[in-house]
Ligand binder design. Structure first.
Ligand SMILES: Nc1nc2c(ncn2[C@@H]2O[C@H](COP(=O)(O)OP(=O)(O)OP(=O)(O)O)[C@@H](O)[C@H]2O)c(=O)[nH]1
Ligand SMILES: [Zn+2]
Length: 311
């Protein structure tokens, strides 16, 4: 029996790295049944036990207990299931672009909540700074300051102008990182620029819709020559949060926490309730309009329960 790390999963084949060698593997049939409430029993980053067979392929017989994982509500007809996107990670970078596609702070906040619920440190990368109009640059720098104070590092990058790529590779260097964000923001381009040996295919986004064309189809774990490793994930359009009760949500907004004990009702959702300390803090501009709106937006989708698709 060998132990390895899942570096890529394409559905039928799961590539496992065992002491630096990649073993194309399959999973034992029964393991699929043991994981009925998730769409896939295995995620990139999982540590697995496998037997190497005569034809040099692997048979995965066990998945080791996960240190942590990032999961969302599965999309489409499988909404009642959960999808584990990545497992055993140290840091999640939420990647956005200044445009093409347009910057979406709602999604950033939603993904930061997902990081908070799993206790995974998170940060934000705003790429394509070369395309930012001057007024957008100003508002990005203001938000940059706000998020930093919450404990989320923000890195403003441009692959085209090689802006802050060294900073990013330095931040990546001592951990297992994840790049998460919509299609077309430049996740693969950033990795290619940091480590040319990686060479992930990228495509230009279609001008008509400004929506990405989903060039990365599967999550893959890459080791960087500059140190550390990064999981490049396919672009996400929606992220349905799991396992959060409406009254718990505020605990996942760091700047709300100091106020939570001062609301009149212990289960206050900081929405319609009277005598709410969070609403007072928002009035006094200790909580920004944007973050409070993100909070309400997520709160309303949580109340939808299974109908929440996470936009
Ligand atoms: N102007 C500009 N274009 C960039 C920058 N970074 C990436 N691009 C372009 O944006 C497009 C999409 O880049 P990708 O790296 O494929 O984006 P992705 O986030 O990996 O997309 P998916 O794989 O679909 O999730 C490509 O045409 C890149 O050349 C940048 O900093 N500035
Ligand atoms: Zn309240």
């Amino acid at each position: 029996m060998h132990t390895g790390t899942v570096i890529r999963s394409t559905g039928t084949w799961i590539d496992v790295s065992v002491k630096g060698k990649v073993i194309p593997s399959r999973i034992r049939g029964r393991m699929r049944l043991d994981h009925e409430n998730s769409t896939q029993p295995i995620a990139v980053g999982d540590r697995v036990g496998l037997v190497i067979q005569n034809d040099k392929t692997g048979l995965i017989t066990q998945v080791h207990r996960r240190y942590n994982c990032l999961q969302r509500r599965a999309a489409g007809r499988k909404v009642r299931k959960r999808q584990v996107l990545v497992a055993n990670v140290d840091f999640i970078w939420i990647v956005q672009a200044t445009q093409q596609p347009a910057l979406n702070w709602r999604l950033v906040d939603r993904l930061l909540v997902a990081c908070e619920t799993q206790d995974i440190p998170g940060g934000v990368v705003i790429n394509k700074m070369d395309l930012a109009a001057p007024d957008l640059s100003v508002s990005i720098r203001e938000l940059d300051e706000y998020y930093r104070q919450l404990g989320y590092p923000v890195v403003l990058t441009s692959v085209a102008e090689k802006l802050n790529l060294k900073t990013l590779s330095h931040l990546f260097s001592d951990k297992v990182n994840v790049l998460l964000g919509p299609s077309g923001v430049g996740k693969s381009s950033l990795l290619n620029a940091i480590d040319p040996e990686i060479n992930i295919p990228t495509k230009s986004i279609s001008n008509k819709t400004s929506k990405g064309r989903h060039t990365t189809a599967h999550t893959e774990l890459h080791s960087l020559i500059t140190g550390g490793s990064v999981m490049d994930t396919p672009g996400i359009r929606e992220f349905g949060l799991l396992d959060i009760k409406p009254w718990e949500l505020a605990h996942h907004f760091p700047e709300f926490r100091p106020h939570l004990t001062r609301c009149r009702f212990p289960a206050c959702t900081h929405d319609h309730e009277p005598d709410c300390a969070v609403k007072r803090a928002h009035m006094k501009e200790r909580i920004s309009d944007e973050r409070y709106e993100s909070y309400l937006n997520i709160l309303y989708t949580l109340r939808l329960g299974d109908a929440d698709i996470g936009r």
